[in-house]
Design a protein around this ligand. Sequence first.
Ligand code: NAI
Ligand SMILES: N[C@@H](CC=O)C(=O)O
Ligand code: NA
Length: 436
Amino acid sequence: MKPVKVGVLGLGTVGGGTVNVLKRNAEEIARRAGREILVSRASARHLTQPRICDTQGMALTADPFEIVNDPEIDVVVELIGGYDLAKQLVMTAIANGKHVVTANKALIALHGNEIFAEASRKGVMVMFEAAVAGGIPIIKAIREGLSGNRIKWLAGIINGTGNFILTEMRDKGRDFDEVLKEAQALGYAEADPTFDVEGIDAGHKLTILASIAFGIPLQFDKVFTEGITNITRLDVEYAEALGYRIKNLGIARKTDTGIELRVHPTLIPKRRLIANVDGVMNAVLVCGDAVGPTLYYGAGAGAEPTASAVVADLVDVVRAMTSDPENRVPHLAFQANALVDTPVLPADDIHTAYYLRLTAEDKPGVLADVTRILAAHQISIEALIQKEPPAGESSVPIIMLTQQTLEKEMNAAMAEIEALATVTGKVARIRLETLG
Ligand SMILES: NC(=O)C1=CN([C@@H]2O[C@H](COP(=O)(O)OP(=O)(O)OC[C@H]3O[C@@H](n4cnc5c(N)ncnc54)[C@H](O)[C@@H]3O)[C@@H](O)[C@H]2O)C=CC1
Ligand SMILES: N[C@@H](CC=O)C(=O)O
Ligand code: NA
């Protein structure tokens, strides 16, 4: 049988890793796919620059449109990143009847509804396993392995760069900016690293996971995101002292009224396996009504872990290429009957517990004022630590854990606490999930 001809767009970290894995494991991959998979063309911005992969046997071009318009190419692998150019290339490839594999979560989260609709019309596959949690086969796990379940909730560490930064800060006391630079040098970070540290990249991934898990359209604009830039060493230490770790989580939960979609730093009990997922590793907990909680763990970023997922998608495409389009697993497994009436809940309706840290004057009655405000908003305190004032100072840190409450009640209570004359500055707030 003739080899399947692949055109790779972008030979950076993931593109280079993909070429390397395809070459190194060519024999096993051909056996599993049933046909040889050959990268016959690749597109790079700078044709002569040194790169991590060997480009022998590939025709290189600086113009990616040559590849998506080449009638010889069967599958296009988009690894350029970004929105506009990537979308034009993917839509052109689909219009030309080519299958597409991409690692681009930004593209899928923002333009996936349009891309999948067009792909369905043309009867081609668009695969995106590498877009969520790098090498972990989480898309497959939810779409195939858990397809008999009603998914109740999922929660994941789904940004490798952010987890790497939090781990290095906690374990080695390293500085935020210095660790971010290292993550960039290692090829983990996005082209714009604010996507990693402000929760945008995790928001893109959560959008995709929620869409598959709950059968809703992709709705990135409704995800609540908070980044990790405000996490202080003090909060990391207090959280540890209380038996918790701070992890940046993407959480999607089905409630009676809709779906919570949120990305934020979260206190989680230290005893949970996911609390011990460190460095660039990712982990996703998925709770189905039949199976209960399941956990998936692996490298969330980096050249070859991500390539592992890209190549798995290529193998799937090649296996399914010859089958009737109607019999292939559909792109998001629900495309034609997406649950458009299930709302994503506004941030005010998030239901969670909280860690609060405030600085107050060391005077009788201050704590009573704070607890009175919380009680007026039906917020119960689960644990409280009041430190002695540091020598020569009259202010003390007060740390509280609350029971579950509504975000809007907490916002109102925090505003009232901050307005107290005896309280200095802002109240630090980190959401808390037991993940039980
Ligand atoms: N780096 C990682 O660990 C992961 C990255 N991803 C995603 O994979 C995609 C690629 O990411 P990386 O490989 O890290 O980025 P990268 O910046 O290392 O590679 C992108 C490559 O595309 C090339 N490129 C840009 N415009 C081009 C054009 N017009 N024509 C030809 N080539 C062009 C760049 O020169 C660069 O070599 C992104 O969507 C990213 O979000 C997904 C999972 C993990
Ligand atoms: N920048 C991303 C790369 C993988 O998706 C991350 O750090 O997780
Ligand atoms: Na994946």
